[in-house]
Ligand binder design. Structure first.
Ligand SMILES: O=c1[nH]cnc2c1ncn2[C@@H]1O[C@H](CO)[C@@H](O)[C@H]1O
Length: 321
């Protein structure tokens, strides 16, 4: 069974759970990480780039290029919502690591994504873990992109549940709703994993103790940066653990059969009090009138997850590193 690993680009705003997802990807033989692209969200883009380079140095994988992404939203907005209260001011649990030695490549994130999709038509999966600005830019930049890109896996949205920024909106979609609407309706093979799914995947305090006790190099690193993320969850959600948002979405690229999916058309609310709301039309009713969902392409949306299997895979791969 010598199947080629799937080539993935991780578009990321590291971020504690981004760090988890990146390290998990590097420990997953099913995928080959061919690049990291950066975006604002959990931190500003400049810091996201620095953290991406740092994580690759920790992992000994400085062969993987980092391309810096947009500093503004797709509508040139500069008033960004940064979730440093979830991850620490440095994005990685306030550890104040040394600056990385490496530098990002000259290409922008969107240019890199477009180039790779052209080089390997149908073969690249983008795993988008932050606001969708870079992906929307790639779509706008190259009319052939939606045909060339293999799949876009999106961590984002809150499907038929409350958001985590406010009751309407999930953080990544709220970060750039206009970009999200472009990506969801672009016609590419898109899979969305919302917080209705990731909130089922909890790494408990006991799991963290197991990581602490293991000799895994990546496990040890993660334990250093986890404190802020854990205490935020204890305060905000009264859970005895943290949500594994980004690693869960990454596992859609690694092993899609850990999830079940439905299909439908997703539109994003771009203004008003429900800005950032994701609304899935499941096509069960044929409406008499033309709607804003009519004639838009369908995407896949994760609906259930084998949460124990996801947590186990995450733990096993990080402890065995
Ligand atoms: O309460 C929150 N507010 C803002 N961002 C959050 C919160 N919890 C998690 N994340 C971040 O946003 C993505 C999931 O929506 C995750 O990447 C997580 O790191």
């Amino acid at each position: 069974m010598a199947t080629e690993p799937k080539k993935i680009i991780i578009d990321t705003d590291p971020g504690v759970d981004d760090a988890m997802a990146i390290l998990l990807a590097l420990r997953s033989p099913e995928v080959e990480v061919i690049g990291l692209t950066t975006i604002y969200g959990n931190v500003y883009t400049t810091l996201a780039t620095r953290n991406a380079l740092h994580l690759l140095e920790i992992a000994g994988r400085t062969d993987i290029p980092v391309a810096e992404g947009s500093h503004v939203t797709i509508t040139q907005g500069t008033k960004l919502r940064i979730a440093d209260f979830v991850h620490g001011a440095d994005g990685l649990g306030n550890q104040n690591f040394h600056p990385p030695k490496g530098k990002p490549i000259k290409q922008s994130a969107a240019d890199f994504i477009v180039e790779q999709a052209n080089l390997y038509p149908g073969k690249i999966t983008v795993v988008a873990l932050g606001p969708l600005t870079n992906i929307a830019l790639a779509i706008q930049q190259d009319p052939a992109f939606v045909k060339n890109i293999g799949q876009i896996v999106i961590l984002g949205g809150a499907f038929a549940v409350n958001g985590n920024v406010n009751p309407a909106a999930e953080a990544n979609i709220f970060g750039d709703p206009d970009a999200a609407d472009i990506v969801f309706t672009c016609g590419a093979d898109v899979v969305a994993v919302g917080i209705n799914v990731t909130h089922q995947v909890v790494m408990t305090d006991a799991d963290r103790d197991k990581l602490v006790c293991s000799n895994g190099k990546y496990a040890q690193y993660l334990c250093k940066i986890l404190e802020v993320y854990f205490s935020y969850h204890h305060d905000a959600y009264s859970t005895k653990g943290v949500y594994l948002h980004d690693p869960t979405a990454l596992l859609v690229a690694v092993n899609p059969s850990l999830f079940t999916y439905m299909e439908g058309v997703i539109r994003v609310q771009t203004s008003g009090i429900t800005r950032g709301l994701t609304l899935l039309y499941n096509k069960q009713k044929r409406f008499a009138e033309i709607t804003e969902w009519s004639d838009k392409p369908s995407v896949k949306v994760a609906v259930t997850v084998d949460a124990p299997a996801v947590v186990k895979l995450f733990m096993d791969r990080l402890m065995d590193s």
